[in-house]
Design a protein around this ligand. Structure first.
Ligand code: ADP
Ligand code: MG
Length: 236
């Protein structure tokens, strides 16, 4: 399997005094894996995800995605790289309230310069695949939490990024909807999408990940293979 993400002794110190939020993390993710990063609140999960997303830069070590060391890229190049290589789903959806579901999904394709026609077709294909065809013209305020998160997933996937990231994607929805979001991520992974997910919910993580990783006090403490019966075992 080809390597999609590699962190080498990666760390992040937000303030010069005090301990680093993330320290000496070595982690490799192969194409096709679904890796869940677990750990208590404040342990450094979002910091780790943001480094992989190129939303933040490491203060030590290296972060590579698809063979590119992110820290070598200028802000502009990094933004361009993110647009085509990384899709992100957040806890609170981060949809634009004055755009319809379809227009939210379309936006990253427009920013990437995709032709209007191709972007529209891809948006409708995704909305359809995620059971949102009838909601394409709805505004986020009129949608349920689960619908909003599915729109956010469609938006994350519109540019066909090799890597899908999710930061507590079930954190703002009820338990039943959370289970559906996890099923969606699991199905996407089964159809080939590489996923890196952070969550503090172990049960949900086990349901959709092929590999579990623990973060505690900014350090990766253990890597265990998910025991979801339906998944092939992936070597850590
Ligand atoms: P988690 O996502 O696991 O809850 P975070 O990665 O958000 O943890 O935070 C890890 C640590 O870094 C925490 O102690 C948090 O307070 C600190 N932290 C996170 N973001 C910032 C920031 N922008 N500035 C300063 N400290 C931060
Ligand atoms: Mg977090």
């Amino acid at each position: 399997m080809s390597e999609l993400v590699r962190l080498k002794a990666a760390g992040k110190r937000y303030e010069s005094a005090g301990p680093p939020a993330l320290d000496g993390v070595d982690l490799t993710i192969s194409a096709g894996e679904a890796v869940a990063v677990m750990g208590p609140s404040g342990s450094g999960k979002s910091t780790l995800l943001n480094l992989v997303a190129g939303l933040d830069r490491p203060t030590h070590g290296q972060v590579e995605v698809a063979g590119t060391e992110l820290n070598r890229l200028s802000e502009k190049a990094l933004a361009r790289f993110r647009r085509t290589h990384i899709g992100i789903v957040f806890q609170f959806f981060h949809l634009l309230d004055d755009l319809t579901a379809r227009d939210n999904v379309l936006l990253p394709a427009q920013l990437a310069g995709t032709s209007r026609r191709a972007a529209f077709d891809r948006a409708d294909e995704l909305l359809d695949a995620l059971g949102l065809a009838a909601r394409a013209d709805a505004y986020p305020a009129r949608m349920s939490g689960g619908e909003r998160q599915r729109v956010a997933v469609a938006r994350a996937l519109i540019n066909r990024p090799p890597l899908l990231l999710a930061d507590e994607p079930t954190g703002a929805v009820d338990a039943k909807t959370g289970a559906q979001v996890m099923e969606l991520l699991r199905d996407l992974n089964r159809s080939g999408q590489t996923v890196l997910l952070v969550t503090h919910d172990a049960a949900l993580a086990r349901g959709c990940a092929t590999r579990l990783v623990q973060v505690r006090d900014g350090k990766l403490t253990e890597q265990v293979t998910a025991n979801a019966a339906t998944h092939e075992q992936v070597k850590p």
